[in-house]
Design a protein around this ligand. Structure first.
Ligand code: A3P
Length: 309
């Protein structure tokens, strides 16, 4: 995969087209995922696979880097072996060549594999459940998640057109965005964690105490972290470190795929940035739409550190 970056430079930028949305089993997915649905559904998980799942922009790259560091004993050099998207293949990504399909990369990878998905729980390929694979899910409060997703649509030229912030937010609230409804996603995985080996984490908890959350991940993976290793992982996965790490910040992709001048991949990395985007009416509308189901699921999010909503 390291060679692909140099190929990309000679690649015609027009090949990257903004995706459209297609429903699969009632969930909005990008057209490329829908077109490859049968192959994705038939994916063969192995018993020692670790699946990282998130709603897009909930902190996927952050937990990927943490997991890779834990698996490599806190050795930053080993984690610089390739960009994060090559170290941990994303099975629901079907880009045009020469970028390899996540499925193909995963299939070619020796065990034990760590794999990324954004699929809602009911669309996860059945072999992951049959093999009883461990899974880590990261959830982020809806308001910051929506803002981050909006800016990601602006900069990622393969995502659907976001329109204005107001238009995007309406689509987000009704689940008319890629990988579907945030609410169904976070609730579906929350319910599944009682039946399967799923570690359910929150972005806000990671911001609050990264060391504590890294230890939870290590414990879940059955890996002991001596204190100096833990400290090294905390330092390596802090926002400022990841922002300047070319193997984590997607700067290895050309601007015609991700235009970091429009919005950097590592944008703000905070809890509460939504206040710069939401009107009071928008914030209340989101609360109205999401509160009841969250409450009935016993699921609580913090949209600001130091308070719950
Ligand atoms: P913002 O756009 O709010 O800054 P994903 O990896 O799922 O695409 O999520 C990207 C979001 O996670 C971005 O949020 C990004 O800045 C944030 N992020 C990535 N690494 C982080 C870190 N080490 N600490 C805090 N936030 C991080």
């Amino acid at each position: 995969m390291m060679g692909v970056e140099s190929q990309l430079e000679t690649w015609p930028a027009e090949l990257i087209k903004r995706a459209t949305l297609v429903e699969v089993e009632g969930v909005s997915l990008t057209n490329d995922v829908a077109e490859n649905w049968d192959a994705l559904w038939a994916f063969k998980a192995r018993p020692d696979d670790l699946l990282i799942s998130t709603y897009p922009k909930a902190g996927t790259t952050w937990i990927q880097e943490i997991v890779d560091m834990i698996q490599h004993g806190g050795d930053s050099q080993k984690c610089a072996r390739a960009p994060i998207y090559s170290r941990i293949p994303f099975i629901d990504l079907f880009p045009p060549p020469p970028i390899p399909k996540g499925l193909d990369e995963a299939e070619a990878m020796p065990s034990p594999r760590t794999i990324k998905t954004h699929l809602p729980v009911q669309l996860v390929p059945p072999s992951f459940w049959v093999q009883n694979c461990k899974m880590i899910y990261v959830a982020r409060n809806a308001k910051d998640n929506a803002v981050s997703y909006f800016h990601f649509h602006r900069m990622n030229q393969g995502m659907p057109e976001p329109g204005t912030w107001d238009q995007f937010l309406e689509n987000f609230l009704t689940g008319q965005v890629a990988w579907g409804s945030w609410l169904d996603h976070v609730c579906g995985w929350w319910e599944a964690k009682d039946r399967h080996p799923i570690l359910y984490l929150f972005y806000e908890d990671m911001k609050e105490d990264l060391s504590r959350e890294i230890q939870k991940v290590a414990q879940f993976l059955g890996i002991q972290l001596p204190d100096p290793v833990l400290k090294q992982i905390v330092q390596h996965t802090a926002f400022e470190s990841m922002k300047t790490n070319p193997m984590a910040n997607y700067s290895t992709l050309p601007a015609f795929i991700m235009d970091q001048d429009v919005s950097p991949f590592m944008r703000k990395g905070i809890v509460g940035d939504w206040k710069q985007h939401f009107t009071v009416a928008q914030s209340e509308r989101l609360d109205d739409i999401f509160a009841q189901k969250l409450q009935s699921n016993g699921l609580t999010f913090r949209s600001q550190l130091g308070m719950q909503c």
